[in-house]
Ligand binder design. Structure first.
Ligand code: FAD
Length: 566
């Protein structure tokens, strides 16, 4: 059924939203019918359900500004939540009784919302991207110029505004920082409905506040993101460990290497659960290798998989042959799939000789680095894929789960950052303790990040240690048993509290303001000040439930005049 507009107004709308909304120019882009509001009442987590009273399908950032401004100046302001794709798991993009803004509408039917440019009089490049754009589309568009952003998430079908409101982490973050560390400028609609440009130099408080700010201070309508020459190919390796200490020691060694080292480092726990749901992100292995890995996992109960990647470019036929020979002859690894034979240089800005030299050196170094690592002999696997196939790897798993009806199930995910000094305690208490009797029911990610790649001024919160681990328990409740998995999550957090492990939740979820205060720690007062300044009536992003008490300040006479004019 197509959405109905304001001509059919349900009584619930009139109870929760001011009638004046019907008189705005954007009224024909506001939908209130139950089909629409029901569709926007939950998210990927499927753990929370709360319908909004209306949904705005904006055709421009001005539509969003008009909506927020109207709420801000209303006698009884209503809440507004930007919704990217709703990939949150705890209702963070919901607006119970308020208005959800369907961000993808901004880009629908338009091809001018991703623009690659060169900085004035300089050699650096950037891409201006609508906040509603998916990272996969940003990748496609920038690759047309031989360029790409350098910091990613594992899954690219997320919106730019959605990940920048959190942080955006993946295996490149140890080198380039999270996605929020790679932004030059933002265009934001604040909680007062003002459209503001901010950057390191212009309105810096808003800029730093919005990055990792959980949508509390503004809705990102455009982001200017750093790009670099895109590699063509990726040598992608997985190394298996039976010993956690060697696994983390090797991960830390790899992230300590210079630019010539790995470009991507992640890792995961492999438990005896060999079902698709336990390993949907693992299309990497051949059937034969997977059997071998499974056998090892059943002998040890749980094993660890270090995942690393080195980017490289292809140049001329002869250079590719050199690379192929190097890959095949000097590698201690078993190859999964074929070694590439593509013979082209796509980037005229780089000298072929340099590309060849760099590629040969890198592949050679990669193999010499591998000799320093302590994975189980015979359990190193490698594959060569295009940069695009590597970055979009999780999408394959999504397609498989969708085809089996296993994608739209409850996802009681838990993501936490654990300081390096306590990762061994965490392993003993959680991987060998709380999770041991279970099948994993989904991927469990474990990889180190570096604090010095995060900007302390931004709102994102991390542990106070130079190296910390990103732990992602990405479990699916396929039997409808999400409460059980959620109880386990609580048990994990209780264990951390009991043992004094100073973790921080990533994609955080709390129900009490005291927990939010603890989460933000020293950043709390700054965050509250910014909220007072940019969203004093608590209009934005109510789904997080951070600000339950009123921060409302008196509306100034100037603002009342503005309201009358408007
Ligand atoms: P939504 O869920 O729609 O919104 C998230 C929050 O941001 C809400 O509070 C919303 O109000 C706010 N918001 C949305 N758009 C804007 C905007 N334009 N301006 C301001 N606020 C906005 N995260 C990682 O860091 N790394 C990963 O590797 C990773 N992998 C994932 C894989 C899968 C399969 C899934 C489902 C999620 C993954 N995530 C990952 C989590 C992801 O970053 C979050 O779900 C994030 O919220 C982005 O999703 P979204 O774009 O659908 O945003």
């Amino acid at each position: 059924m197509s959405p109905q507009r304001l001509s059919h107004i349900p009584p619930s709308f009139l109870i929760t939203l001011p009638q004046g909304l019907l008189e705005l120019d954007i009224a024909d882009r506001i939908y209130v019918d139950p089909d629409t509001t029901t569709r926007f009442s939950t998210d990927f987590g499927r753990l929370t359900r709360a319908p909004p009273s209306a949904v705005l399908y904006p055709s421009s950032p001005d539509d969003i500004a008009a909506l927020v401004r109207f709420s801000y100046f209303s006698l009884h302001p209503f809440t507004v939540a930007a919704r990217g794709c709703g990939h949150s798991v705890r209702g963070q993009a919901l607006a119970p009784g308020g208005v959800v803004v369907d961000m993808p509408s901004l880009g629908r039917g338009r091809d001018d919302r991703i623009n690659v440019s060169r900085g004035d009089g300089s050699s650096f490049w950037y891409v201006d991207v609508g906040g509603e754009q998916l990272w996969i589309d940003v990748l496609h568009e920038t690759l047309k110029h031989g360029l790409a952003p350098r910091s990613w998430t594992d899954y690219l079908h997320l919106t730019v505004g959605g990940t920048l409101s959190n942080a955006g982490v993946s295996g490149q973050a140890f080198r380039h920082g999270p996605q929020i560390s790679n932004v030059y400028e933002l265009e934001v609609v604040t909680g007062k409905g003002e459209m503001m440009i901010c950057s390191h130099n212009e309105n810096p408080a808003l800029f730093y506040g919005v990055l990792g700010g959980l949508g509390q201070l503004g809705i990102i309508t455009r982001a200017r993101i750093a790009v670099e020459p895109a590699p063509e190919r990726v040598r992608w390796a997985r190394l298996i460990y039976t010993d956690f200490v060697s696994f983390t020691r090797d991960q830390e060694l790899l992230i300590s290497m210079s630019e010539e080292g790995f470009d991507y480092v992640e890792g995961s726990l492999l438990m005896m659960d060999h079902s698709l749901i336990g390993n949907w992100r693992s299309s990497f292995f051949s059937d034969r290798d997977w059997e071998k890995v499974k056998l090892l996992a059943s002998q040890f109960g749980a094993i660890y998989c270090l995942e690393g990647a080195v980017y490289y470019e292809l140049a001329t036929a002869s250079s590719v042959d050199q690379v192929k020979v190097l890959i095949l002859l000097s590698s201690p690894m078993q190859h999964v799939g074929r070694v590439p034979t593509i013979i082209s240089s796509q980037d005229p800005r780089r000298s072929t000789i340099d590309v060849v030299k760099r590629t040969v050196i890198r592949v050679h170094k990669l193999d010499s680095f591998l000799k320093q690592l302590s994975f189980v002999p015979g359990f190193a696997f490698a594959k060569d894929v295009s940069y695009m196939a590597f970055l979009d790897r999780v999408h394959d798993g999504e397609m498989k789960l969708r085809s089996m009806g296993l994608w739209d199930v409850p996802h009681p995910w838990l993501n936490i950052f654990v300081p390096k000094s306590r990762i061994r305690d965490f392993e003993i208490g959680v991987f060998k303790g709380i999770l041991k009797p279970n099948n994993s029911m989904g991927p469990v990610l474990i990889y180190p990040l570096k604090k010095n790649k995060w900007d302390e001024k931004m709102s994102a919160v991390i542990p106070d240690e130079e190296i910390f681990y990103s732990i992602g328990l990405l479990r699916s409740a396929i039997m409808g048993d999400w409460e059980h998995l959620d109880d386990q999550n609580d048990e994990i957090l209780r264990f951390c509290h009991r043992e004094g492990i100073e973790y921080k939740q990533y994609l955080p979820h709390y129900t009490a303001q005291t927990d939010w205060m603890k989460h933000f720690g020293l950043k709390w007062n700054v965050f509250v000040d910014l909220k007072r300044r940019y969203d004093p009536k608590l209009v934005l992003s109510p789904g997080h439930r951070i600000f339950t008490s009123s921060l409302i300040e008196h509306v100034s006479e100037q603002e009342i005049l503005f309201l009358k004019l408007y």
